[in-house]
Each structure stands twice: as structure tokens, then as C-alpha cells.
Design a protein around this ligand. Structure first.
Ligand SMILES: [Cu+2]
Length: 150
């Protein structure tokens, strides 16, 4: 009796392992889809941004009804990731509100879950400036104190 229990447990475990392997994350190339990411505003600086992801198949047809999850991490340790997501990609376009919370180097992982459950992931790299580096107003508004604090 105990042997049967162990055997059934083992077969369930095996099934879980096999299922897990089948659902592994693919690159866009392996999944034969295109993940195009553009960022607005194009002047990359600390603050709010919109990530526009366009999903298409290899023939250029839009892919709708996918779920997109974005995870932005900086290359240094000790910072909480910035998470964002979107569904409803009308004509394959998914608009995702995002925020660059700090200047420096970012790794943005875009994870796409297709309607058939296939998971595809691509990584994009960005360098974000401080907002003052792009400041185009009166430079005299920047006080000497704040400059020496940089
Ligand atoms: Cu940081």
C-alpha cells in the first residue's frame, strides 16, 4: 500500500517537472515574434515615461490579447524594481506607463505571455540621465549648493 502511494507521488512529481520544462521562457527569436519597444519621451531622464511595445509575428501581423509585464532593474544592487504591465494590445500596440526612478543604467525585462500560454522575454538596456542634465531653462536657477551636492 505504501509503495503505491510513493509511486503515485513520484509520477505526479514527474508530471510537474515535465510541465515546468515545457513552459520555459523563450527568446523572441525562438518564439518567432517581434517585440519592439520605444520609450516616450525619447530624452531618457528621471521621471515618468511611457513604454510602447509593438508585438508582431514574423509576417508582421499584430499580436493581440497578450499580457505584457515589464520589470525595470538598475545594474547596481539595493533598489526595488519598477514593475508595470499591460493587456489589450489593440493592433498589437501595448502602452505601458513607467517611471525612471533614478539616473544610471537600467535593464528592462519585457515578459510577454501569449494567449496559448507561451512565455517570451526580451531585455532592453537604457541609460537614464538626471532631469537636471537635460534642464533647458535658466541655468542660474540651479544654486551653487545643489551643484556641490551632486
Ligand atoms: Cu538606482
Amino acid at each position: 500500500m505504501q509503495f503505491i502511494w510513493i509511486m503515485s507521488f513520484m509520477s505526479i512529481l514527474t508530471a510537474v517537472v515535465i510541465t515546468g520544462c515545457r513552459e520555459q521562457v523563450k527568446t523572441a527569436e525562438d518564439a518567432q515574434i517581434n517585440i519592439d519597444l520605444t520609450v516616450e519621451p525619447a530624452e531618457l531622464a528621471v521621471g515618468n515615461a511611457t513604454l510602447s511595445v509593438v508585438l508582431t509575428d514574423t509576417e508582421g501581423n499584430p499580436i493581440e490579447d497578450a499580457t505584457i509585464e515589464v520589470r525595470g532593474n538598475m545594474t547596481h544592487a539595493g533598489m526595488a524594481p519598477v514593475l508595470a504591465s499591460a493587456t489589450d494590445g489593440e493592433a498589437g500596440l501595448y502602452q505601458i506607463p513607467f517611471e525612471w526612478t533614478m539616473s544610471g543604467d537600467w535593464l528592462v525585462d519585457v515578459t510577454v505571455t501569449l494567449v496559448d500560454g507561451e512565455v517570451v522575454q526580451e531585455r532592453f538596456e537604457y541609460t537614464i540621465a538626471t532631469s537636471t542634465e537635460l534642464y533647458e531653462g535658466d541655468v542660474n536657477d540651479v544654486t551653487p549648493e545643489s551643484e556641490s551636492n551632486e
